[in-house]
Design a protein around this ligand. Structure first.
Ligand code: ZN
Ligand code: ZN
Length: 243
């Protein structure tokens, strides 16, 4: 079912916000690393410190590069194809030729070749032409979040079992940053790791996320209903303002 104009506006706005949040988060984490984490983990400039910092920077560059690449690369629109004479399956929504295994995206308002899903974090659909960048982006994100969780784990151990020793050396602010970075790194590794496992299953079974859900006739429901409710609430607010 296509989105209503209000739902579409909300989803498109959320998609843009999510994309900006990821970029800001990566830069904030780089700043936190150099301002706090490095000095707690390595204490001074050492060869080991430089080595692990270089690894961290390569991962951060990989995250940003593949985020932007998967966002800016067209997933493959049916409108970019020449319509074959012998095939006339037409999309009921965009009224354009619908190639096999393509799916109409209500946010991009076009049919996408081998559409996987519309990803708010990259503010784009994941389809035939940009999925390799998306998979790489997922791998970089897991590497980056695991890196952050591992380098902050020893400090978390001290905070948990010997808090007085930590407080003697570092400020309350540093403690909060360490706890935030560790929690974020741990949670993202877990969640995106599960997503990677699911994507690996889809690759092995040669299907997209859309096809997987279609087969099971699972209602994508919850997020959709949430967006619907927000759209209704916003339109009521507009009506109130008019009165
Ligand atoms: Zn379509
Ligand atoms: Zn889309």
């Amino acid at each position: 079912m296509p989105y209503s104009p209000e739902e579409k506006k909300i989803c498109q706005a959320l998609s843009k916000v999510a994309f900006i949040v990821v970029i800001l988060l990566v830069f904030s984490l780089i700043w936190m690393y150099f301002a706090h984490l490095y000095w707690i983990v390595f204490e001074e400039v050492t060869r080991t410190g430089i080595f692990w910092t270089s690894i961290g920077l390569i991962i951060a560059f990989g995250v940003l590069f593949d985020l932007i690449k998967s966002s800016l690369t067209s997933p493959g629109f049916s409108t970019d194809l020449e319509i074959p004479v012998d095939k006339h399956e037409i999309c009921e929504i965009c009224k354009y030729y619908k190639p096999p295994r393509s799916h109409h995206c209500s946010l991009c308002e076009k049919c996408i070749l081998e559409m996987d899903h519309h990803c708010p974090w990259i503010n784009n659909c994941v389809g035939y032409y940009n999925r390799k960048y998306f998979y790489r982006f997922i791998l970089w994100v897991i590497a980056g979040s695991a890196f952050l969780a591992i380098i902050t784990a020893p400090s978390i151990f001290i905070i948990a079992f010997n808090p007085l020793e930590f407080e003697k050396q570092y400020s309350e602010n540093t403690k909060k940053i360490i706890m935030f970075v560790f929690s974020l790194g741990f949670a993202v590794t877990l969640v995106v790791g599960l997503l990677l496992g699911f994507q690996a299953y889809l690759i092995v079974t040669q299907q997209s996320t859309v096809e997987y859900y279609k087969k099971r006739t699972i209602n994508p429901g919850y997020c959709r209903r949430l967006v619907s409710r927000i759209a209704v609430m916003l339109s009521k607010k507009e009506e109130k303002n008019r009165i």
